[in-house]
Write a protein of this length. Structure first.
Length: 317
């Protein structure tokens, strides 16, 4: 079997407002648009993804919460209606997706071998969470690429941030090993917002952009500081600052997807492409790509991976 490859990783946030604003046939509520700069950012990300010829999209979502262990979608085809419990007025989405069960099982097994509690989700009537769906819809609205969906154990919320992100580091490395053995050409999606201070009241018209702005100046400044480092490829600094960013900007990267993705990619010190930034109910959202293939780091070779990688412990101290 050919060697597996992680082609790229995307920071791909999931405010359901973006799907609402797109008015796709799958979503019941209708809108007058809104949040265009972020939606255009996703358009550019889609064009990049389109050129990749990939086999599978792996997504880690903070809104599929599993208190015991890390779970993986394990049913070949899933369909149903997904409703955002916070914004049911914006997101009632009829989903239909194909799961790469073989790769999901391999990720589950590699995670178990790494000492994590892992489990396959086999309920055929499972309602996929809005985080997974929004990220997948925005990056690939055709829904024609199989997916591996990974839950958020939310260990950083139960343990210390450092211990929790340490688990995500293990999960990322396990994901990498599974992809390597599978022969798949994979793209990783970290479904995370950056600063996460948000408004507590919705405008009468949710898409009234005269009401949209960063919730706090500090959150905005943190986002710009982190994005600037990512644009320059200074990822070691990003990971050093991550605990402080999480603490001071209430950043959603705490839930682990961002760390999982970078661990799977062996923490490449490469510049990210920023497709766009925008706020949604005051939270900071960036659509960004780290393209390993362009940086000639995509082929999963054990020696290259270990020499170019940094353990999370050395980054977060
Ligand atoms: Fe979220």
């Amino acid at each position: 079997m050919a060697q597996g490859e992680i082609i790229a990783g995307f920071l791909a946030p999931h405010p359901p407002h973006l799907v609402y604003a797109e008015n796709p046939p799958q979503n019941e509520p209708r809108s007058q648009g809104g949040w265009e700069p972020l939606r255009w950012a996703y358009e550019r990300a889609r064009a990049s993804l389109d050129a990749m010829k990939l086999d599978v999209l792996l997504v880690h979502s903070p809104h599929w919460i599993t208190s015991v262990g890390h779970h993986f979608l394990g049913v070949r085809q899933l369909s149903g209606k997904s409703v955002d419990p916070i914004f049911p007025n914006l997101f009632r989405y009829q989903f239909e997706l194909d799961v790469d069960v073989e790769l999901a099982e391999a990720c589950c097994e590699e995670g178990r071998k790494a000492g994590l509690v892992t489990k396959m989700m086999r309920n055929p009537n499972f309602r996929v969470d809005y985080g997974t769906i929004t990220t997948l819809h925005m990056i690939r609205p055709q829904w024609d690429i199989p997916v591996v969906g990974i839950s958020a154990n939310n260990s950083p919320y139960y343990l210390t941030t450092r211990e929790g992100l340490g688990e995500m580091d293990l999960l990322g490395r396990a994901t990498r090993r599974a992809i390597e053995k599978s022969g798949r050409r994979a793209v990783l999606l970290a479904s995370n917002t950056l600063s996460h201070w948000h408004f507590h009241e919705e405008p009468a018209i949710p898409e009234d952009m005269s009401k949209e702005h960063p919730q706090t100046m500090a959150g905005y400044q943190w986002d710009m500081r982190m994005i600037e480092l990512m644009r320059k490829g200074r990822m070691q600094e990003v990971f050093k600052l991550l605990p402080q960013f999480i603490e001071e900007a209430f950043a959603e990267v705490k839930s682990g997807a961002f760390t999982w993705m970078h661990a799977a990619m062996s923490y490449p010190e490469i510049a990210a492409e920023l497709y766009g930034y925008g706020t949604v109910i005051g939270t900071g959202n960036a659509v960004m790509e780290w393209n390993l293939r362009k940086a000639q780091l995509s082929l999963l070779d054990g020696a290259a991976a270990s020499s170019s990688s940094h353990r999370l412990d050395s980054l977060v101290d």
